[in-house]
Ligand binder design. Structure first.
Ligand code: SAH
Ligand code: SF4
Length: 390
């Protein structure tokens, strides 16, 4: 792990020197903030609706293309605001299968999103939904021992427009309409709560992307105080909690966050969420061989699920190069599932899609960075946005 960190830190230098657009991105503003701006500029308030329409319905990428605005106003806006773009570095997968996008941000950092085709009972949603799994941070500070995203530590929070742009760019690239959002890509969404909530408002608003709150799921590794804050938000967004261990003993081994907020502290924040929102949450539970897959863990997990009337999503561990963990045998996975079901828990065993394209969070980015270190000529090609579709 130390070697990986060393190599990747070496790579961070030239990327960090890429110049970023100094103007604030227009998509970082809420509708009412656009309205305020137009008041300051002495423009009628309906301008904010016009702009939102151009941005989120017609999806233009310059003020010049907003043809029903006066020329002078377009010029003034172009001096005040920018249009950040996500550049597509790689796309893995093909139509009708899970597709993974590697994006480059304006400052050169890499993030990834995964587009998942219609899938039965994904996070309790209807089966005909097209889901995207999006990132909220560059890297992650929480350092779960099994996860590729945490391997290189944390670089920075994503801004609201960078979160929303993952959806817009994936729709543009795939030609498909996305109608289900899961915050399960790189990063810990609740550690970037303010920007995540601002992005969710744009995703949900009728003037924005218009995706219903019940089709937006936020996943957390267990930031108990932030779960309570999220519970106090008026929007009915769904919560998934990455439990991955039913006891402190197991969770402490693989998730450092548990030393700050132990299982009981986490579950009591979940009690609060469920009481406030009056909705079921989901426990995510990766099955890792010999770590958290015992019968005993299954019995205790069932007890937690009952307490909260929670659903349980079992996910066989996706191997990460350089990490020692592996998934249990098929028999063991099914035994674990059957114990939960014997207790009457609503549980599914997710047959992981995209195992062959590094679909677990952070993996494609890590692999690309490793390849770039090993082969500087590919790195140069990547800088010019060469797109590799497999
Ligand atoms: N930080 C948040 C959201 C991003 S991680 C969280 O931890 O919930 C999204 C999910 O991917 C989490 O449940 C995480 O535990 C899981 N995950 C991470 N690495 C994985 C791997 N190698 N195989 C399967 N799932 C993984
Ligand atoms: Fe961060 Fe989530 Fe990965 Fe843990 S599982 S390191 S919290 S992204």
């Amino acid at each position: 792990m130390a070697l990986v960190r060393l190599i990747c830190c070496g790579f961070a230098g030239p990327v960090a020197s890429i110049v970023t657009n100094a103007l604030r991105d227009i998509k970082s503003l809420q509708l009412e903030e656009l309205g305020e701006k137009f008041r300051e500029l002495g423009e009628p308030s309906y301008r904010s609706r016009q702009i939102a329409d151009w941005l989120y319905k017609r999806r233009v990428e310059s003020f010049e293309n907003m043809t029903d605005l006066p020329h002078e106003l377009r010029r003034r806006l172009a001096k005040l605001f920018g249009f950040d773009r996500l550049d597509v570095v790689r796309v893995l997968g093909s139509r009708d299968t899970t597709r993974k996008f590697l994006f480059r941000l304006g400052d050169g950092n890499l993030i990834e999103s995964v587009l998942i085709p219609a899938s039965p009972a994904l996070y309790g949603q209807k089966s005909d939904r097209r889901t995207i799994c999006i990132s909220t941070q560059v890297g992650c500070a929480y350092g779960c021992k099994f996860c590729a995203s945490g391997l290189e530590g944390f670089s920075r929070n994503l801004r609201e427009n960078e979160i929303v742009d993952q959806i817009i760019t994936a729709e543009r690239e795939s030609g498909e309409k996305i109608d289900n959002i899961v915050f399960m890509g790189m990063g810990e969404p609740l550690a970037n709560l303010q920007n995540v909530m601002r992005a969710i408002r744009i995703i949900n608003a009728p003037w924005g992307l218009g995706i219903g709150a019940r089709h937006i799921t936020v996943s957390t590794s267990g930031l108990a105080p932030q779960i309570r804050k999220l519970a106090d938000e008026p929007l009915q967004i769904r919560l998934a909690v990455s439990l991955h261990g039913a006891t402190d003993e197991v969770r402490n081994q693989i998730m450092p966050i548990n030393r700050r907020y132990n299982v009981e502290t986490l579950l009591s924040a979940c009690d609060y969420y469920v009481a406030r929102k009056k909705q079921r949450l989901t426990f995510e539970y990766i099955l890792i061989a010999g770590v958290n897959d015992s019968d005993e863990q299954a019995h205790i997990l069932a007890k937690h699920a009952h307490r909260l009337s929670a659903k349980v999503n079992l996910i066989p561990y996706n191997t990460v190069e350089g990490l020692e963990w592996s998934r249990p045998s098929r028999n063991r996975q099914e035994k674990f599932l059957s114990i939960l079901r014997e207790h009457g828990v609503a549980a599914t065993l997710r047959y992981e899609k995209g195992h062959d394209i590094n679909a677990a969070c952070g993996q494609l980015r890590l692999q690309t960075k490793r390849e770039d270190v090993a082969s500087p000529s590919r790195r140069r090609k990547n800088r010019q946005d060469v797109r590799v579709t497999i």
